[in-house]
Design a protein around this ligand. Structure first.
Ligand SMILES: *[C@@H]1O[C@H](CO)[C@@H](O)[C@H](O)[C@H]1NC(C)=O
Ligand SMILES: [Zn+2]
Length: 418
């Protein structure tokens, strides 16, 4: 009985707060910011760096996109009751998403096993999702392509491969993935590849396997520069970040990482690295996962905006983007519950006094600049006659655990004098 009264009181008090004049005034002000935010996203494409919807397609629908209506996934099971289902076509439109890097992700357990075939399956499912929904999506592979799709009201759809284990240490596989439209590769996921360390080595007690990038890892960077594929440094160790920033002649991205100074998760970007990103001309696309935003299981749109403020203070507004990590994360900030709520973040920044021109940059212009920069490096290397890097990873760099699933690099050549 007592409990019921307490509940009633809380409800009444909440109602009081909701309808108080100040509260109504705040609401009115926020609506005005929201209207301006939406207008910004009408002018420039909102380009998100990382969405794991293809992983959901695999886990929830066995990649059977032909059978699936993805306009509204709020009532269809198992999507409806999943805590990591944040994306469908209706909500992408409400959220004013202009372009999306769809993640072709397969976990580290596939390394040295079926990583390549599963990655191809995830690349295939993005292509088929786009083909099955041609009035919504357009498959694009360039900055110009993003702009053309946006001007036709389509969501430009790009592919990022999440984890260097997906190429099985083969530059040939990397090149073929580029040919299938892949425009970034995250150098590692949560495991070392035979050529790069991942972020977990920076956790207390963590031990580096390579101390950053190996010589072959640097060749992977060079070949990505030559191809015009963006180097994504989310998930890698600090030393890998440094080595890649030193090696790359093109601007890099962090497709879904926030600021380490505000939350000391090693998935985030430390301030000293932010300085290097300025020199490199790259972009840090802020992740919305509460574990990376507040280092806890809860966060708000204001907390995410704090990361924007921090990166602006340290690196400047030219190096900020958005990589929410929807469908990959299991908790979401209040005010950014799914892809429909991006405009809230822009309204929050307007309320903090950010200029609309700056919002245009973080929405998409920064990423377009970076992609154009990588395309220019590709074109210059071609003009300079740089040939494909075709060395193989040294056999000695391959760990013993990779050997049972390998038939070896070459057949022994039978010498004959006949
Ligand atoms: C982050 O800070 C907490 C509290 O000081 C500490 O326990 C934890 O080890 C730190 N994490 C890293 C990656 O340094
Ligand atoms: Zn990730």
């Amino acid at each position: 009985m007592k409990l019921i009264f307490v509940h009633l009181f809380i409800l009444l008090a909440a109602e009081q707060i909701r309808s108080s004049p100040t509260r109504r005034l705040e609401q009115f002000a926020f609506e005005k910011y929201l209207t301006r935010a939406r207008a910004v996203l009408d002018r420039v494409p909102l380009i998100d760096g990382h969405n794991d919807f293809p992983m959901s397609l695999r886990d929830f629908a066995r990649n059977q996109v032909g059978e699936l209506d993805i306009n509204d996934l709020t009532t269809l099971e198992p999507w409806a009751s999943s805590s990591s289902s944040h994306t469908d076509i209706n909500r992408l439109h409400t959220g004013k998403v202009g372009a999306q890097f769809w993640s072709a992700y397969v976990g580290c357990t596939t390394q040295y096993k079926d990583a390549i075939s599963k990655t191809w399956e995830q690349i295939d499912v993005v292509h088929r999702m786009v083909e099955a929904n041609p009035t919504t999506f357009e498959f694009v592979t360039s900055a110009q392509g993003i702009e053309n799709a946006f001007s036709q009201g389509k969501i430009g759809s790009l592919i990022g491969v999440e984890g260097g284990h997906s190429i099985d240490s083969s530059l040939a596989v990397l090149r073929m993935m580029y040919d299938m439209g892949v425009r970034y590769m995250t150098m590692t996921h949560s495991c070392a590849t035979p050529w790069a360390d991942n972020s977990q080595v920076d956790n207390p007690g963590g031990v580096a396997v390579h101390d950053g990038l190996t010589p072959f890892g640097k060749t992977v960077v060079a070949e990505m520069n030559r191809l015009g594929m963006l180097i994504d440094l989310s998930h890698v160790s600090r030393k890998t970040m440094r080595d890649a920033l030193e090696t790359s002649t093109a601007p890099v991205i962090f497709s879904h990482s926030s600021a380490y100074a505000l939350c000391n998760n090693t998935r985030n970007v430390p301030d000293d690295i932010l300085q290097l990103v300025v020199a490199n001309g790259g972009v840090v696309m802020v992740n919305f996962f509460p574990s990376f935003v507040t280092c806890s299981s809860t966060a708000t749109v204001q907390d995410v905006a704090n990361h924007m403020d921090h990166i602006r203070n340290v690196a400047g507004v030219d190096h900020i983007g958005i990589g929410a990590d929807y469908n990959g994360i299991t908790e979401v900030p209040v005010g950014l519950k799914d892809v429909s709520e991006y405009p809230n973040l822009f309204a929050e920044l307007l309320a903090r006094g950010w200029a609309e021109a700056d919002l245009e940059k973080i929405a998409g212009l920064n990423l377009l600049r970076v992609l154009r920069g990588a395309e220019a490096v590709r074109d210059q290397m071609a003009a300079d006659g740089v040939k494909p890097f075709d060395e193989w990873i040294p056999q000695a760099d391959l760990p013993a655990e990779s050997l049972p699933c390998s038939t070896g690099q070459i057949k022994s050549v039978k010498l004959t004098t006949e």
